[in-house]
Design a binder for this molecule. Structure first.
Ligand code: ADE
Ligand code: ZN
Length: 339
């Protein structure tokens, strides 16, 4: 299996604020004269003992509090893009949480201008293409989401889709029906976190009410055989994040993760890193650790890489080019002596 994880791939479920390594948090905090509630990088990392999604979100929002000016957002995003490019991520669709910044008085334009500068640099210097996905915080109101969308529509360069994240339980997709309807009418694509902690019914709502084109996580769909069959039949991709699911106790151990069963059921599953600074690995570590824990074959890993481009919001010519790169790399893997 050595080498298989370096296949060309797309990353489709990645919160840019979740790539904030504590070393960079401390550097930017100092630059901005902000005191952190932790005395050191080690103490910050020591807080990464999560029991559920909310216990993680508390630390995640504390970390991003130091982001204030365009340069900060640029530095955050370029650090991620360098790591991703080193793992042969060729295309990234990057979530950002504008309300977590505007609520602290940072203008939407500051956030997106900083991110866009990094994305341009990533394209030019690292050969990695990228889009942004604007996520609404589902524990805030639908009115707040609509206001955010209106600002974004005036400044939408590079924003390819809207998404839905943050605390899932008690905040069903239907709460955002009007916001997603407006976003879709404006030509944006739609995705949503669903079935991470929430029930399979939230996945169904995300599909039927928000009309999303991909489900982020969707792990709990396995509790509903009719939903599994629907996902397979309609080829609705799931953007899975296995190391995240272990850290946030969505599954007890990686060995229990349904990824392999999903592939066997014909679901278009993809592997991604979610919040890699907090969950112990970037996308390649997610691939490698799943392969080891679930005994994935080279063909399974190749399917995951292929699915990542099938599920990406790319034009058909670009998709075809990336899939061709996998075919070329994949045949070298099959020819190589197994290790
Ligand atoms: N925001 C960042 N990471 C998230 C996750 N795993 N689930 C929901 N919201 C998030
Ligand atoms: Zn996520």
């Amino acid at each position: 299996m050595v080498g298989a994880f370096a296949l060309p791939k797309a990353e489709l479920h990645l919160h840019i604020e979740g790539t904030f390594e504590p070393e960079l948090i401390f550097e930017i905090a100092e630059r901005n004269g902000i005191a952190l509630p932790y005395p050191s990088v080690a103490a910050f990392r020591g807080a990464y003992d999560f029991t559920d999604l909310q216990s993680f979100l508390d630390v995640y929002y504390a970390g991003m509090n130091v982001l204030r000016v365009e340069q900060d957002y640029h530095d955050l995003a370029i650090a991620y893009l360098r790591r991703a490019a080193a793992q042969n991520v060729r295309h990234a669709e990057i979530f950002f949480d504008p309300q977590a910044h505007t609520a602290r008085g940072v203008a939407f334009e500051v956030v997106v201008e900083g991110l866009r500068a990094a994305l341009r640099e990533g394209e030019r210097d690292l050969g990695i293409s990228s889009h942004l996905i604007l996520c609404f915080l589902r524990d805030l109101s639908a009115d707040s989401a609509m206001e955010t969308l209106e600002v974004a529509l005036k400044n939408r360069d590079r924003i390819v889709a809207v998404g839905l994240d943050s605390a899932e339980l008690g905040n069903p997709p239907s709460k955002f029906a009007r916001v997603f309807e407006r976003a879709r009418a404006e030509g944006l694509r739609a995705v949503a976190h669903a079935g991470e902690e929430g029930p399979p019914a939230y996945v169904v709502e995300a599909l039927d009410v928000l009309k999303v084109q991909r489900i982020d996580h969707g792990v709990r769909c396995m509790e509903d055989p009719a939903l599994v069959e629907r996902l397979r039949r309609e080829r609705i991709p799931l953007t899975l994040c296995p190391l995240s699911n272990v850290k946030l106790r969505v599954v007890p151990r990686l060995e229990d993760h349904p990824l392999k069963r999903m592939l066997a059921a014909g679901i278009v599953a993809t592997v991604n890193s979610d919040d890699p600074a907090y969950f112990g690995g970037y996308v390649e570590e997610n691939y490698a650790r799943c392969a080891a824990a679930l005994d994935l074959s080279i063909a399974d890993v190749e399917t995951l890489a292929r699915n990542s481009f099938e599920a990406a919001f790319l034009d058909e010519a670009t998709r075809h080019r990336f899939l061709g790169e996998i075919s070329a790399a994949g045949s070298m893997l099959q020819d190589a002596p197994s290790s």
